[in-house]
Design a protein around this ligand. Structure first.
Ligand code: HEC
Length: 215
């Protein structure tokens, strides 16, 4: 599942924000690609593509080494990754992954013929694991939203509201609660049971966004 193949932004769960978020998607994808190496799919053009990719990667690495020198203070074994922009990108990519898995779940629930309990449970398990990690990516330095940054660097600007840091215990509690609901869904014994629990999960997503994410 790579950027080029799948939409990074969850479009089903975020229908009303779709236009804006999908516009930002490209930028997040680009930033993620600059950070990570994506496996290329085998294809007749693959060989040429790989060479171009390798060349591009070489150029990027050169730039990165130069950049790393300037940013050596951003990372340490005691503090972890502290470059706010990178932490924001990581949690947005994480949340987008949660969104994609939830999209799969919602899609299966809406189309009875497509429902597969085993797959649905797996998606729920992934959502549960990701939700547990999510609130640990919110150091206070990452309260970075501003209108200017949103325009200049849409991939690295945070859409979290300052309320995250004002009510941090509640924020973490909600993430854990949602993670628990997803875990419960991953243990559902029947389709009906799964659907009932998934409904509660969707509510947990929506209510947290209402309290902690920019509309
Ligand atoms: C504990 C609160 C909380 C819960 C629970 C939660 N979210 Fe989020 N979500 C957020 C916050 C905060 C952001 C904005 C993060 C940022 O931009 O820094 C966000 C962002 C997103 C995004 C946009 C990602 C991007 O492209 O930037 C999607 C999609 C999303 N959430 C889907 C979901 C789904 C689906 C669920 C439920 C399975 C869920 N969220 C549960 C708080 C939550």
């Amino acid at each position: 599942m790579i950027c080029a193949e799948r939409s990074l932004v969850s479009c089903r769960t975020d229908r009303y924000r779709r236009a804006r978020l999908c516009g930002i998607e490209r930028a997040i994808c680009g930033a993620r690609r600059r950070l990570l190496t994506f496996k290329l799919k085998e294809s007749p053009e693959g060989h040429m593509f790989r060479r171009v990719a390798a060349l591009t990667m070489g150029i990027c690495l050169g730039a990165l080494v130069q950049h790393a020198g300037a940013r050596a203070g951003d990372r340490s074994p005691t503090m972890g990754e502290t470059s706010p922009a990178d932490v924001v990108l990581a949690r947005r990519v994480l949340m987008a992954g949660i969104g994609r898995n939830m999209d799969e779940i919602t899609g299966m629930i809406e189309d009875a013929a497509a429902f597969n309990l085993g797959e649905a449970r797996e998606h729920a398990d992934v959502v549960s694991a990701m939700l547990l990690a999510f609130p640990h990516l919110f150091p206070i330095e990452t309260d970075t939203w501003s209108e200017k940054l949103a325009e200049d660097d849409p991939a690295h600007v945070s859409l979290a509201l300052p309320t995250v840091w004002q009510n941090y215990d509640d924020f973490v509690g909600r993430a854990q609660q949602a993670s628990q609901i997803a875990l419960d869904a991953s243990f559902a014994a029947t389709a009906a049971q799964f659907k009932a629990v998934a409904k509660g999960l969707q509510q947990a997503c929506d209510s947290c966004h209402q309290a902690y994410r920019r509309p």
